[in-house]
Ligand binder design. Sequence first.
Ligand code: AMP
Ligand code: MG
Length: 493
Amino acid sequence: MTIPQPLFSFDNTYAREMDGFYVPWQGAAVPSPELVLLNEVLARDLGLDPAALKAADAARIFTGTESPAGAAPLAQVYAGHQFGGFSPRLGDGRALLIGEVIDQAGQRRDIQLKGSGPTPFSRGGDGKAVIGPVLREYVIGEAMHALGIPTTRALAAATTGETIYRDGPKSGAVLTRVASSHLRVGTFQYFAARGETDKVRQLADYAIERHDPDLASEADKYILLLRCVIDRQAALIAEWLLVGFVHGVMNTDNTAISGETIDYGPCAFLDAYDPEAVFSSIDHGGRYAFARQPVLAQWNLARFAECLVPLIDPDDADRAVERATEELNRFAETYQDRWLAGMRAKLGLTTALDGDLALAGGLLDIMQAQRADHTLVFRRLGEAARGNDDALLTLFQTPDTPADWLRQWRDRLAKENADPGTTAKRMATVNPAYIPRNHTVEDALSAAEHGDYGPVHALLAAVTKPFDERDELAPYAQPAPADFGPYMTFCGT
Ligand code: AMP
Ligand code: MG
């Protein structure tokens, strides 16, 4: 007889080493667990066996009804600035870290359930999630990954058989999410706000071990940690802007130390290019509008820096603040460099010349004034590199307007002496054909709410290979029809 292997090879450092940073907790049993999506590619990357998962009734595990062998489920504590106001105690109100695994590449990854029932941090919430938002996070997270943007991943989505009331009755569901850690700026803030410097240091050391192990032996490791976190956030936000992503709820509890995009709540992608775009129903002041995201990320990082001040220089707070400020001041330049490098690639450029920033800005100004589709303009610019402008020009309300800009762009491209076909091909590897457009996401989610997962699978097929244009998926490359109207998204659902 063969002895069944455990499904997960857990190695739970947070449970083992971080006593006081969490509450051990169990998921709520649910009446009728059913696995609706399993990310088999990711499962294999994590060293899991998809067939064994299915055979073992994974739905019970992926709803939190049953704890797999070796798990040490826990709810993490954290605080956070939400829309600028500080909440000293948030924590996993509807999530459980079930454990950590080492993936095939040797990286430690958290496996977390989201929607697995109330915890001591639920603050009056029901601890549940419903199918629509669970699938939104699944689809958009996987799309972001396929676009090459650091993100938490989706391993599974399971329904619970419960009816959960939001704006009407909905099907209960749980998302299984994978992250390189769930350490947030808000995790540091929780202990810093309580004046627990030893705990902040323990957390910083743990973060270094997990994300920046090379720093562990550096005398200046805490300022260097700050620098690494700033660099990762600057790079991340640059990626968001290059692809037209609006996170929608960039609170400090949703700012990951790892530099991964986390917590896909009210997020959305731009159709028409609009720096002021806001989709979230609760973002009345436009705090997290598309073009404000770099500034807000820097604000969040300033909150992180404040937590580290007592570690940076325990004897001289003024000096520590000065050094932290120097690091924070580098954010804008790092962000700008990353964004411009990305924009050059989107424009088909392989060298850096003065004037590239103005060239990119010139195109964005026209796109904004003409409400041109962000994704399609760049995709079709690739065709224009081959000399065919027709498809591109249909995206502008007055097709004559970009003529001057196109001339400048062609002059600039000519300085590279590149073969047009090669340039076009290169551009098609950085300018996606498919993003999870809001209307396609809504259509897929509402079909799934009625039990039809076909559209979710079709959308996933498109967005998980975003650069690989396929005739049968042509509708996924199109902007929303005019009658789709202004788009609004909702939080905490
Ligand atoms: P979010 O806006 O998803 O980042 O969540 C902010 C905080 O609210 C976190 O502490 C969540 O755990 C908590 N939360 C969100 N939805 C619920 C819910 N349905 N029940 C309990 N806590 C929740
Ligand atoms: Mg959150």
